[in-house]
Write a protein that binds this ligand. Structure first.
Ligand SMILES: NC(=O)c1ccc[n+]([C@@H]2O[C@H](COP(=O)([O-])OP(=O)(O)OC[C@H]3O[C@@H](n4cnc5c(N)ncnc54)[C@H](O)[C@@H]3O)[C@@H](O)[C@H]2O)c1
Length: 429
């Protein structure tokens, strides 16, 4: 099938490349012309494992191309994917201006029947608005259907997830659109769940809110473990072995970050409120998340006593491993809080340093984890990159001014760290 991708960011680019790999013909467009120019030159603007190689493959096979001209992408397409950003506004509501403006632009180029797919994460009832906007701005006599097909990929495993999703949710009332979506996903093993548009929109918000709730729940239990002298790793294992609960998303740490959970939980709470239901559970999920981060910062400060002029090494900048995404990354809050108190920060991340440099230029970005530790008063672990688990800890211990590790991701067994001669503080243990 011929597909158009509008918005070639993390989701749009991965979606486009993966559909191309499944044999569809994809034209992707973005309002950010630098991004399109770089993609046309074969350069990929983000880090996502496996994406670069797959992109090369589908470009070579002429299955994907990039254009600055949205009209060109839309005119050729049977299905048009809206993959634009839906960031939070000041009040927590989703900012839908990109969805609105992209819908208006798409409308102008509609000719013949097309399916317009909402892939961006949006509050329930956005599909209705998209439909009305398309209707208002499209040429007379044109027919189309709006479908909600939320994206569940995880950054860091996005290619894998987009090629082999757990489930495919398709929200539409139109049998014709359902048939198009069946054909689009014919090469996928995952079950397709057909729903109405509003339910599909709600599934995405509810799924992300549930996962965030699981993280906040285990973080709250970790706080109690610290107070009681229990060990959250053992507690989480004991809870997770219950099949009704499951072990994923039960790692205590410094709370969730990233471009999805914080904004989606907020947006879900706000739309619920607007519709007349005060979803207080979600306010608490957010509050626990904020507390967890602040508690971790206090733990570092407590170890350093006076923060001013202390050398602090930070391992991990990205909001999670295997991505260069720093949106809502805990690193930003932690580094800023310590710098405000006069600490000197050096930080290491395998992929995200360049993005962070633009936001926090006064941090010293170093090339290796060992350079972050050398001579430091304290080493703080913020992101659980696999390479940190394999560090030569004895070398780090010897190189630090004061061998103190504050671990926000519980990477190491406390007994081992003690044996190695570290002052070691982690979360909930
Ligand atoms: N990042 C994730 O892990 C993830 C996962 C699932 C769902 N989502 C959702 O998918 C959507 C996109 O997220 P993202 O992380 O890819 O965002 P992003 O900011 O990386 O990408 C969005 C892109 O859309 C482009 N854009 C905005 N308006 C446009 C317009 N009118 N015409 C053409 N291009 C336009 C932007 O320039 C940008 O490149 C969001 O709603 C997000 O919540 C994200």
């Amino acid at each position: 099938m011929n597909l158009a991708i509008v918005g070639a960011g993390y989701v749009g680019l991965v979606t486009g490349v993966c559909f191309a790999a499944k044999g569809h013909r994809v034209v992707a467009t973005d309002k950010n012309l630098d991004k399109i120019k770089s993609l046309q030159a074969g350069k990929i603007p983000i880090y996502e494992p496996g994406l670069e190689d797959l992109l090369k493959e589908v470009v070579r096979a002429k299955k994907i191309s990039f254009t600055e001209d949205l009209g060109e992408a839309v005119r050729a397409a049977d299905v048009v994917f809206l993959c634009v950003d839906t960031p939070p506004q000041e009040n927590g509501m989703a900012d839908l201006s990109s969805v609105e403006s992209a819908s208006r632009q798409i409308a102008k180029h509609l000719a013949g029947y097309k399916v317009i797919v909402e892939k961006s994460t949006v509050p329930v009832k956005t599909g209705e608005r998209v439909g009305r906007t398309l209707e208002k701005y499209c040429p007379a006599g044109v027919s189309f259907d709006v479908v909600s097909n939320p994206e569940f990929l995880r950054e860091g495993a996005a290619v894998q997830d987009a090629l082999n999703p757990d489930r495919i949710v398709v929200g539409t009332q139109s049998e014709k659109a359902r048939q198009v979506m069946r054909e689009l996903y014919a090469g996928y093993a995952a079950p397709i769940l057909f729903t109405d548009i509003k339910s599909a929109e709600m599934i995405k918000h509810a799924a992300n809110a549930f996962l965030a709730m699981k993280i906040s729940f285990v973080n709250a239990v970790a706080q109690i473990c610290e107070l009681a002298g229990a060990d959250i790793s053992q507690v989480a294992q004991g809870i997770g072995l219950d099949k009704r609960i499951g072990s994923s998303f039960l790692n205590a740490g410094i709370g969730y970050g990233g471009s999805c959970f914080p904004k989606d939980v907020d947006a879900f709470a706000r739309i619920a409120q607007e519709l007349g239901y005060p979803f207080r559970l979600l306010s608490e999920v957010q509050e626990i998340n904020r507390f967890q981060r602040q508690h971790f910062i206090r733990k570092i400060e407590d170890e350093l006593w006076v923060v001013k002029d202390k050398e602090v090494g930070i391992l991990g900048i990205a909001f999670k491993p295997d991505t260069d995404d720093i949106r809502e990354a805990p690193f930003l809050t932690i580094a800023e809080a310590l710098m405000n108190k006069g600490a000197k920060i050096r930080a290491y991340d395998p992929k995200a340093a360049e993005n962070a440099r633009k936001l926090l230029p006064s941090v010293r970005y170093v090339e290796t984890p060992y350079a972050a530790a050398e001579g430091a008063d304290c080493l703080v672990i913020v992101t659980e990159w696999k390479e940190f688990k394999d560090l030569d800890l004895a070398r780090i211990q010897k190189s630090m001014a004061h061998p103190t590790v504050i671990d926000g991701r519980n990477l190491f067994p406390p007994e081992r760290m003690k044996e190695l001669g570290f002052v070691y503080r982690s979360v909930g243990r």
